[in-house]
Design a protein around this ligand. Structure first.
Ligand code: SF4
Length: 356
């Protein structure tokens, strides 16, 4: 809280940079990935969300399984090591749709890591399939799931929950999904959506709660959080469009404080889609060691002036941006292991952690 209140912004940045350099030296990580948003149809209507549509509404879509698999295959052929798959809580898709999607990708691209489904989607599947969280996660892992992304966390606070994402499950269920995943040997990430109606104290509490689960998972589970991704709220086109959204300095301060609070989570990511490319580059000196990746297609948030969901960053541009910041670009896989490529630019396969 003292750091949030401090006017010595550069001092806060230097503290975070000290920790970041101690953990990672000059390395700055990126990956070659492809985001796939299989549907924007969602049973909920979170106020901060500009992504969801109701079925039949203009712009609503759901991708057939074949289309998801073909997209993943194309990504693998162009050098991606990961697909990041998330979507809305579709009211009518059966659990088999998700299993077929994973099996299809696994069959076509055995080397591609599938990072898929936020905790909220996992809970949705458990309702659709009438299975426990554990059984859903085991079935998904057996079908090809590699790890979980960190979305759906927003801000772990009942006041904020009731104000802006009331229909969503509360924090205990989000933690239940990630705790269970870790117990099963499945790595995951964690997010924090900041810059809407929450206070700095509520951000700090959110980070403390993440740190606590990480402590527990490190002590007793075969897997844990790889990375925290503080997500800068983009008000445009959401029900909270009247809010100003975070400023650049609020972004930097929050990223730096996340690095300082989360001593037991190895990586803090500046997600260039949300923080913007310029600020993400600067964030490499404010505690962040990772920029996500090539992304290609991202439907969830569109910054003002980005009229398209085609948001692609070429791998050479990512490397240039990192070098210009005085860092060393390191291509990583989803689990942050350095990627080695052969003469044909194919990533040398690494084994996935076993399901426990
Ligand atoms: S944030 Fe997720 S759960 Fe909420 S409306 Fe958007 S897609 Fe649906």
């Amino acid at each position: 809280m003292a750091l949030f209140q401090s006017r010595d912004l550069h001092g806060v940045g230097r503290l975070a940079n000290f920790v970041r350099d101690r953990l990672h030296g000059d390395n700055a990580y990126y990956n070659r990935n492809r985001h796939i948003n299989y549907t924007n149809v969602c049973a909920l209507s979170c106020k901060f969300c500009s992504f969801y549509r109701k079925r039949g509404e203009d712009g609503a879509y759901e991708m057939p399984v074949d289309q998801v698999v073909a997209t993943a295959k194309k990504a693998a052929e162009t050098g991606a090591t990961e697909v990041h798959i998330v979507g809305g809580l579709h009211p009518w898709l059966k659990f088999d749709y998700y299993l077929d999607m994973l099996r299809g990708i696994r069959g076509e691209c055995p080397q591609l890591h599938i990072k898929a489904f936020t905790a909220i989607e996992i809970i949705h599947f458990s309702r659709v399939a009438r299975l426990s969280i554990r059984d859903v996660l085991v079935a998904l892992r057996e079908a090809g799931l590699g790890s979980l992304p960190g979305g759906g966390a927003e801000i772990f606070d009942d006041r904020v929950h009731d104000e802006v994402f009331k229909g969503k499950v509360r924090e205990d269920r989000w933690f239940e999904v990630h705790r269970t995943a870790h117990e099963l040997g499945t790595y995951s990430n964690a997010t924090m959506l900041y810059g809407h109606v929450e206070t700095p104290a509520e951000r700090i509490n959110h980070l403390i709660k993440l740190r606590e689960l990480q402590r527990e998972s490190l002590a007793s589970s075969p897997a844990n959080f790889n990375c925290c991704i503080p997500l800068s709220f983009v008000p445009e086109n959401s029900e909270l469009g009247f809010l100003p959204g975070p400023t650049g300095l609020a972004d930097l301060k929050t990223l730096a404080i996340a690095r300082l609070m989360l001593h037991n989570i190895p990586h803090v990511k500046a997600f260039w889609i949300m923080q913007g490319i310029g600020l993400s580059q600067l964030a490499l000196d404010w505690g962040c060691d990772d920029l996500d990746g090539t992304v290609v297609w991202y439907d969830i948030t569109k910054r003002e002036g980005h009229g398209t969901v085609h948001q692609q960053f070429h791998v050479d541009d990512i490397k240039r941006l990192i070098r210009e910041a005085g860092r060393v670009p390191v291509e990583r896989d989803t689990l942050y292991r350095p990627v080695v490529r052969d003469a044909d630019d194919r990533a040398v396969p690494r084994p996935e952690p076993a399901l426990v």
